[in-house]
Design a protein around this ligand. Structure first.
Ligand SMILES: Cc1cc2nc3c(=O)[nH]c(=O)nc-3n(C[C@H](O)[C@H](O)[C@H](O)COP(=O)(O)OP(=O)(O)OC[C@H]3O[C@@H](n4cnc5c(N)ncnc54)[C@H](O)[C@@H]3O)c2cc1C
Length: 354
């Protein structure tokens, strides 16, 4: 069977891998000239543990499965990564919420999280504000763009054809009209990220809309922490939520090259491909003062931005990853965070639907 995957992001590439393993002839069509130009190259680079999602949700389960598989794949592909774990710290007045949160996440099928005393945390993280914290061991960091590129090379060596600068324009029953001519297909996968709603609409699947939700980052060229630092889930009114609470809020993430990434914040924008940095440093400086009160940081530099593909159906937000089969199409809709982590598990899910 001739299978065509639209989109060479991390999700489309993992789906292509499984289709090729199932014995299909696989083409991946990518509109851009370079890989990782959109969300797969514009994220925090965190291998998420799955502790922040709604209990029992698909996102929680697929993230936990994806976490394990991502470590296998980044090892196999020799992608730079670091299984460092993460800290979850309370905001002021939230200390009593640590234990109930720990109790909840200890029921998850993940390496066991633990509560560390203020002394234990201080001995590992001398710059971090003095507090007890939860240590979640299965979180890690990776080179996200490097991961996409390494997987693409792996696939090409297996015989998958990745066609760059090939934008899908129109859709027929068994052929796609693209900027590089007509391409026939028996099975098609819509893994077009921010543009998945436009592809879905062209196949006759209506009502789904993607609204881009911006995350801007700042970067500090020195890194005083060993592992990512998040706060407990908080109300949308919290200062550290930035402008809205559509993501996990401004947090600290060491990068694989040992800088400190601050962000992302979250606010809706108009243009899906508008990546102009729009945020002043105030919220980010506040986060640094909160987490690292005694540290004297070098100046913050505006870094890159990413747009979350927030999914709506007939105007109502859909918080879950949505995967739909419709005839000879499988659509992956609203693959926002933790899509980088979940990608190999999402691909397993899609493979079972073929
Ligand atoms: C700010 C931010 C931070 C995040 N942080 C994390 C994190 O730390 N950990 C984590 O697990 N997840 C994170 N995520 C989520 C993660 O980055 C995404 O879920 C994941 O990268 C989605 O991959 P994708 O392949 O679906 O989409 P994309 O990477 O966007 O790929 C889709 C591809 O489809 C192509 N395309 C679209 N339309 C067409 C067309 N008509 N023809 C041909 N090609 C087309 C695009 O050019 C694009 O390359 C974050 C996301 C954001 C925005």
């Amino acid at each position: 069977m001739l299978a065509v995957v639209i989109g060479a992001g991390i999700v489309g590439l993992h789906v292509a891998r499984l289709l090729q393993e199932q014995g299909h002839e696989v083409f991946v069509l990518e509109q851009e000239r370079f890989l990782a130009e959109h969300t797969s190259g514009r994220n925090s680079g965190v291998i998420h543990s799955g502790v922040f999602y709604k209990t029992g949700s698909f996102k929680e389960a697929i993230c936990i499965e994806g976490n394990r598989l991502t470590y296998e794949w980044v090892d196999r592909l020799k992608v730079a990564h670091w299984p460092c774990g993460k800290w979850v710290v309370p905001e002021e007045g939230q200390e009593s919420e640590l234990e109930p949160f720990l109790e909840r996440i200890r029921k998850l099928p993940i390496p066991t999280p633990s509560l560390k005393s203020a002394d234990e945390v201080a001995s590992e993280e001398p710059h971090l504000r003095r507090t007890s914290a939860i240590f979640v061991p299965s979180t890690g960091i990776l080179d996200a763009a490097g991961y996409v590129k390494a997987l693409a090379v792996y696939l090409e060596n297996k015989g998958v054809q990745i066609i760059m600068q090939c934008q899908v324009l129109e859709i027929g029953d068994h052929e796609l009209k693209t900027t590089r001519g007509e391409i026939p297909f028996d099975l098609a996968i819509n893994s077009a990220g921010l543009f998945c709603d436009e592809i879905a609409e062209k196949t006759g699947l209506s009502g789904y809309t993607i609204k881009p939700c911006r995350g801007d980052y700042y970067l500090i060229s020195k890194n005083p922490v060993k592992r990512p630092v998040y706060h407990l889930p908080y109300p949308a009114t919290s200062l550290r939520a930035g402008k809205g609470a559509h993501g996990l809020g401004v947090h600290l993430t060491p990068t694989i090259d040992n800088q400190l990434l601050l962000g992302p914040n979250a606010f809706f924008i108009e243009g899906k491909t508008d990546y102009d940095h729009k945020t002043g440093p105030a919220d980010f400086e506040k986060a640094v003062q909160f987490y690292l009160p005694k540290w004297n940081p070098p100046p913050l530099s505006p870094a890159y931005s990413g747009n979350r593909p927030k999914l709506f159906f007939k105007g109502e937000p859909l918080p879950e990853f949505t995967i739909l089969k419709q005839g000879n199409w499988i659509h992956l809709l609203g693959i926002e965070s933790p899509g980088l982590t979940s990608a190999p598990a999402l691909a397993n899910h899609v493979a079972k639907m073929v």
